[in-house]
Design a protein around this ligand. Structure first.
Ligand SMILES: Nc1ncnc2c1ncn2[C@@H]1O[C@H](COP(=O)(O)OP(=O)(O)OP(=O)(O)O)[C@@H](O)[C@H]1O
Ligand SMILES: [Mg+2]
Length: 382
């Protein structure tokens, strides 16, 4: 177990590409930290630098109080699960998992006990005699996890270890890994681009964009108090809706309508009052938009919208809407997938809603749940 400290770490690849810029981050002893961000933001690069597989261009890195910048990967006492992993093809699942224990001189009895414990967690018990070629992609990925887990390293580094699993197994494994990590108490850095994984698994989440750390916080704090429009748009699914507006009096004005604000909005965002008469960005999460014909939405102010399409999820409806407003891009390349056709907003309605595609409806909005951002810097107006 160990504290991992990154201090002003930079990575410039040979082609002078700046993949990581001044990354400072402390991962506490026993903590489960998630590193999340869109594809290409530098997550694997950061993890590989911690593992020693990628040279650090500048900055310092310590594991358990020891400066490891000049240490070879094998001397860093870490176990890593890669995005693309390689198993020993001629060995059984059992031997693949037990390999490092054998090298460490553990007895057969110790190896058997430990491998069976791990195999149980990873649901590999019935496959221990198989060779990697006889496994599915998801099963191979779990063997790769098992190989890291049998060791008792100072830190686990995991790079999208669940990416090859089907949706159901992924949800199950997510919970298993999180509870196993707590049980073992080994400092863990876990990379994913999946924000649901980020929100559900870790103690804290670090959000990276273009090699720059945006925010490190608990999942709850990231969700409720994003520092900027990027984090606001990236964390949460479907994404937060972001629009251009103008603050006048106690109202946010948009081209076709306005939304009244309460005192609480100014209390939660003290920076807001400085924007009187000015343009700003406001954000609202899909779950803070309601069907005004249902009791849940009856008491909120409404705005006119057109329903463009509906995704029936059984437990709720994801409703794509056209609002007479200018949508702001959060800078998250994955966020655009949330919108379809000419829609520019997404709402989550209760399953009992009877809205239909093509309808003009009144959309209820909870004004106490609005987020506000600076129109140029995109920083939250806190
Ligand atoms: N060896 C290399 N030489 C030059 N550029 C590289 C090299 N490896 C990665 N990059 C660039 O550095 C950036 C970060 O890459 P990295 O693999 O860390 O991204 P990532 O966040 O892990 O993405 P993904 O979610 O797709 O795995 C990318 O723009 C990539 O093209
Ligand atoms: Mg990667």
């Amino acid at each position: 177990m160990a504290v991992v400290v990154l201090d002003k770490i930079c990575k410039t690849y040979g082609n002078s590409y700046h993949a990581i810029k001044d990354l400072s981050l402390t991962i506490h002893d026993g903590e489960f930290l998630i590193l999340v961000g869109p594809s290409g933001c530098g997550k694997s690069t950061a993890l590989r630098m911690i593992a020693g597989l990628e040279e650090i261009s500048s900055g310092t890195l310590s594991i358990g109080g020891q400066d490891v910048v000049d240490l070879a990967p094998k001397d860093r006492d870490i176990a890593m699960v890669f995005q693309s992993y390689a198993l020993y093809p001629h060995m059984t699942v059992f031997d693949n998992i037990a390999f490092s224990m054998k090298l460490a001189g553990k007895t057969k009895a110790e190896r058997t006990k430990r491998v069976h414990e791990i195999a149980k967690i990873l649901q590999l018990e019935s496959l221990l005699g198989n060779k990697p070629a006889q496994l599915s992609g998801g099963q191979r990925q779990r063997v790769a996890m098992g190989r890291a887990m049998v060791r008792e390293p100072a830190a686990f580094l995991m790079d999208e270890p669940l990416s090859n699993l089907d949706a159901k197994l992924r949800v199950q494994m997510r919970a298993e890994i999180a509870s196993l990590q707590r049980q073992l108490g080994v400092t863990t850095i876990y990379v994913t681009h999946d924000q649901t994984e980020a929100l559900t698994m870790g103690d804290r989440v670090a959000v990276l964009k273009g090699g720059v750390l945006q925010q490190v916080d608990t999942p709850k704090a990231l969700y409720h108090r994003p520092v900027n429009a990027f984090v606001a748009g990236f964390i949460g699914s479907p994404s937060m809706n972001l629009f251009e507006g103008r603050l006048e009096g106690m109202r946010i004005h948009l081209p076709g309508f306005s939304i009244p604000l309460s005192d609480s909005a100014f209390e939660r965002a003290p920076g807001l009052s400085a924007f009187e008469g000015k343009a700003l960005i406001f954000g609202v999460r899909p779950e803070d938009l309601y069907d005004s014909r249902l009791p849940s939405g009856a008491s909120y102010p409404t705005i006119p919208v057109v329903v463009k399409s509906i995704e029936e999820l059984g437990s709720e409806l994801i409703v794509h809407l056209k609002i007479d407003a200018v949508r702001i891009d959060s800078g998250d390349p994955d966020a655009v997938e949330d919108l379809s056709g000419a829609a520019n907003a997404v709402a989550r309605f209760e399953a009992v809603s009877t809205v239909e595609t093509g309808q003009s409806i009144n959309l209820a909005i909870d004004p106490a749940k609005l987020h506000f951002f600076h129109p140029q810097t995109h920083m939250a107006l806190n």
